[in-house]
Write a protein that binds this ligand. Structure first.
Ligand code: PLP
Length: 370
C-alpha cells in the first residue's frame, strides 16, 4: 500500500490523554486505581441527567434534533443569550474545530499560548494553518506579547481562561484593554471550560464582550458540560458568539453533531442546580484540603481558580508520576510542558484526595525528597 500522507498531517503529534484507569490496572497489575489527571468532575454525573438518559434509551433509532432546540433554549434562558448566539458541539473541542474550519485557511495564523490547552494547535495543524505560539509570562497569558505577535494573517487568538494547565485567570480589566487593541478582523476565543469554578468577580462580562460592535474584534466564549456539569463522557459543549459568527459555524458542522443522549443529559444537568452548586462547593473544599496537606509536605502549591492545580514536588515530575502510578494514583507530569518539577492534580472526591496525600507522602519519602 502506498499512502500519500500530507506533510502537515504527518507532523501532528496526537493529543496525549490522561492515562485510562483500565490500562493502568492491566499494565501494573493493580486494582482500585484513582484518576486525578483529566480535570473531570469526580462526583459523577447529575443523577437527574442519568435518569433522563435512561428514560430516552428507546429512542436510539431516531436521529437527534440537529438544532439541539430544547438544549439551546435552556442555555439561552440561563445565560441570557439569544439562541442564535449559541452553537452546540460534540464537546467544546468540536466548536474549536468549527472555528478553525470556518476561519483559517492554509497559511493563516492562529495565536496560542504555551503551555495552554494542546488541542488548539493540533486543529490548526490539521487545517494547514500556522501556529504562532507565545510563551506564558509567570504562568499567565502574556497579553502584551500576544498583541505584538498579531499580523495581517492572524485570524484567531485562543485564550483559555482559566488556563489549562496553570489554572491562572486573566484579570478582567486587562482583558478588556487587550480586546480594544486587537484589530477588528481577528476573533478572540475565550475558552471558558473552567469558568464555573471561578469567583464571580474575576469573570469577564461576556454580554458586553460578545456584542457585535463596530471597530472592535469579535469575541467567542467556549463552554462545556465536561467539567462542573460532570458529563465528560457524553461530549457536549457550546460556543457563545455573535449571530454572524454562529452562522459561519453552522455552515461547517455536521447536521447531527450532538447525539440524542448528550442533548437529553445536558438539558437535565443544566436544570439540576443543586447538584451543580454542591459540586462547586465540594471542589472548593477539596482544593483547600489538598493544598493545605501538600504544603505541609513541603510542596509549593500554585493558586487555582479551577478544579485542578499545579504543585512543585521537589524533584523530577516524571519520576514522581511513575511512582504514583504504582500506588494506583494517576496524576499529570508537567515535564512535557516544560515544567520539570511540577505536577498537575485534579481535585477528587474526599476519599480520593485523602488517598492522594498518603500516596504522595510515601512517594516523596521513597524518592528521598523529604
Ligand atoms: C481548556 C480546555 N478547553 C476545552 C477542553 C475540552 O472540553 P470538552 O470536553 O468540552 O471537549 C478541555 C478539556 O480538558 C480544556 O482543558
Amino acid at each position: 500500500m502506498k499512502l500519500q500522507v500530507p506533510e502537515h498531517i504527518a507532523a501532528i503529534v496526537p493529543y496525549p490523554p490522561g492515562k485510562p484507569q483500565d490500562e493502568l490496572e492491566r499494565e501494573y497489575g493493580i486494582r482500585d486505581s484513582i484518576k486525578m489527571a483529566s480535570n473531570e468532575n469526580p462526583w459523577g454525573p447529575s443523577p437527574k441527567a442519568v435518569a433522563a438518559i435512561a428514560d430516552s434509551l428507546n429512542n436510539l433509532h431516531r436521529y437527534p434534533d440537529g438544532s439541539c432546540y430544547s438544549l439551546v433554549q435552556s442555555i439561552a434562558d440561563k445565560l441570557r443569550f439569544d439562541p442564535e448566539q449559541i452553537v452546540m458541539g460534540n464537546g467544546s473541542n468540536e466548536v474549536i474545530e468549527f472555528l478553525v474550519k470556518a476561519f483559517v485557511q492554509r497559511g493563516d495564523e492562529v495565536i496560542t499560548s504555551h503551555p495552554s490547552f494542546l488541542m488548539y494547535q493540533k486543529i490548526v495543524q490539521v487545517r494547514g494553518g500556522t501556529n504562532t505560539v507565545v510563551p506564558l509570562r509567570e504562568m499567565n497569558h502574556d497579553l502584551p506579547a500576544i498583541l505584538k505577535t498579531i499580523t495581517e494573517k492572524t485570524r484567531l487568538i485562543f485564550l483559555d481562561n482559566p488556563n489549562n494547565p496553570t489554572a491562572t485567570v486573566i484579570d478582567p480589566n486587562a482583558l478588556e484593554d487587550f480586546l480594544f487593541r486587537v484589530p477588528e478582523g481577528v476573533i478572540v476565543v475565550l475558552d471558558e471550560a473552567y469558568i464555573d469554578f471561578v469567583d464571580s468577580g474575576l469573570r469577564p462580562d461576556l454580554h458586553s464582550l460578545i456584542r457585535d460592535r463596530a471597530s472592535r474584534c469579535a469575541v467567542v466564549s467556549l463552554r462545556t458540560f465536561s467539567k462542573a456539569y460532570g458529563l465528560a463522557g457524553l461530549r457536549v459543549g457550546f460556543g457563545l458568539m455573535s449571530p454572524r459568527i454562529a452562522d459561519c459555524l453552522h455552515r461547517v458542522r455536521q447536521p447531527f453533531n450532538v447525539n440524542n443522549l448528550a442533548q437529553i443529559g445536558a438539558l437535565a444537568a443544566l436544570e439540576d442546580n443543586e447538584f451543580y452548586e454542591l459540586g462547586l462547593q465540594r471542589n472548593r473544599d477539596g482544593l483547600a484540603f489538598l493544598q493545605r496537606e501538600l504544603a505541609a509536605l513541603g510542596c509549593r502549591c500554585y493558586p487555582s481558580q479551577t478544579n485542578f492545580f499545579l504543585t512543585d514536588i521537589l524533584g523530577d515530575a516524571a519520576e514522581l508520576y511513575e511512582a504514583m502510578l504504582y500506588k494506583g494514583v494517576i496524576i499529570r507530569s508537567m515535564k512535557p510542558y516544560g515544567y520539570s518539577h511540577l505536577i498537575r492534580i485534579t481535585v477528587g472526591t474526599t476519599d480520593e484526595n485523602e488517598r492522594l496525600v498518603v500516596a504522595l507522602a510515601e512517594c516523596l519519602r521513597d524518592l528521598g525528597r523529604v
